[in-house]
Design a protein around this ligand. Sequence first.
Ligand code: SF4
Ligand code: SF4
Length: 296
Amino acid sequence: MDIVQELLDAGFGRVIVLDAAECGVTEAESLLLALWPYQAEREVSAGEAWIHPYYFASQAAYRAADAIAQRHAADGVLWREDIRLKPIFARLPGFSQGRNTLSCVPEYGSRFHVQMLTLAHGLPATHHLEEVPHALRCGDCHRCEAACPTGALEGGVFHRERCLRNWQVSGQAYPEEVRKRMGVRLIGCDECQRCCPHNPPPAGEEAPLPVSLEEILRTPKAAAVTLRDHIGATITMHNRLLGGACIVAGCTQRRDLIPHLWRHAASPSAAVAEHARWALVQMEVTFLPPTEDSHV
Ligand code: SF4
Ligand code: SF4
């Protein structure tokens, strides 16, 4: 069994083998970090809802790693999601962290996703953790602070409660200041990576999958099922998706979507109803349905 080669053949760009005990993992001998790189689009699509390419990469990487772990389960290979990566990256040679909170490697910048596997029977380590965590890679650069649409990196500190990505996975009603800054970003946000000088220039031509805002608002459950195959289940819970789509509709002033928004303004989901009502108000629709009616 050459597990490293299998990971590379499955599409991972690089596999790092670590001594598991050195990383604080006591029930296995090796920890494998498998990096799946992705490209950013040259131009972020406008007009319809946009999903960051990271989510397509992470789903593809998860599927590949899970399949390999299942194939080799009897040999002590285990897919892991319970190991904290940030403290490992902080001491891993070649890795660094930026003010945008993202880890970075020379060949991919911060545009990669990591899957973790542990092996009961160890492989020789390719790297050893350094004694002391690395300093930030940023020097005098503050570009991401300026580029963030919501001020989530203001003062060089990460303000989670302002970050678009934080709200997109929350399932809660977004603060109004955050809603106004969503634009077409249905899932994910690229601004603090796009501006970073440690990232290769965006090279992808178009979004991995065109997403129809009308389809999500018309048939949210079916749209969530379709997207789930491409970007996973957690981020596509249908009310999360629908709540985000209502905000994008409001930001893009899509008046053709008003009938759908009017229907969702009476959703039993408080977050969906609030976002739909907000979107209608952005389009100066002032007559809104009572919230207790349910048509979803
Ligand atoms: S992901 Fe977007 S909102 Fe969040 S910190 Fe980066 S630029 Fe700001
Ligand atoms: S944009 Fe500048 S400040 Fe932000 S993470 Fe990159 S190097 Fe650091």
